[in-house]
Design a binder for this molecule. Sequence first.
Ligand code: NAD
Length: 270
Amino acid sequence: MSYSTYLLKGQKALVTGASSGIGESIARSMAASGAQVAVNYHSEIQEAEKVVDDIKAASGKAFAIQANVANEDDVKSMFSQVLKEFGTIDILVSNAGIQKDSAFVDMTLDHWNAVIGVNLTGQFLCAREAAKEFLRRGVQPDVSCAAGKIICMSSVHEVIPWAGHVNYAASKGGINMMMRSIAQELAPHKIRVNAIAPGAIKTPINKSAWDTPEAEAKLLQLIPAKRVGDVEDIAKAAVWLACDESDYVNGTTLFVDGGMTLYPGFRENG
Ligand code: NAD
């Protein structure tokens, strides 16, 4: 995939959960678009360093940074290291996320708290630190017409209920109102806050849903586009939401789902 290097030229980005899947692709795509990228990882140091090495090999600038986004001290320390390394930050992509699935009545409080902790509280902690820096620094017209951009990784399950995944769907539903409330509060400061809601994208988080022909065929019944999404489908949307081409877009969730939220089951059964 090729990007114009001007789209994010001179901008500094932090992508959480960037050692695999969607986050990795966003980190690579933002670097290819001219951004310097902090590649956050939780435990996969080798994978994160590979992303950094590849970006550097392509003449980009990146570094890997460990943090558990659900931990306030970790997040504060991650932001101070990013500011030390880059001087400031222009783009936050809050992408890290987990699933811990079970039937509702079997769901443990630990699994509920773990998913809410990473998927919702983690995004709150990162957005708060990013916003502090955006407000402190303000607009740099030679870099971007916004003082900063926050992209929250949501899911089609912010609107589609998901049996067996109550903690996950609740976390993504929470992202919607958190994102829009932050956007409303910070818009006067020229800070843009949006979300991306992926449909089914081939990554480690949902491998069992697409890694056999039978599983993939079942999944395709839910996708009018008749293909499972690729990480690049989401990365392209993230680059666009982060760049000035989308300057008039604020407080919106961009669904990148091959039509999954068109509820295709209703085409003939409604
Ligand atoms: P993934 O498992 O490859 O990526 C998740 C990343 O988050 C991993 O790199 C993981 O190490 C990191 N992470 C987990 N806990 C963390 C923590 N406490 N601190 C920091 N990082 C942590 O899966 P993915 O599909 O790339 O998921 C990325 C995001 O996209 C998630 O928020 C997920 O909910 C969302 N999403 C994915 C799909 C899909 O179909 N793949 C669909 C909708 C939404």
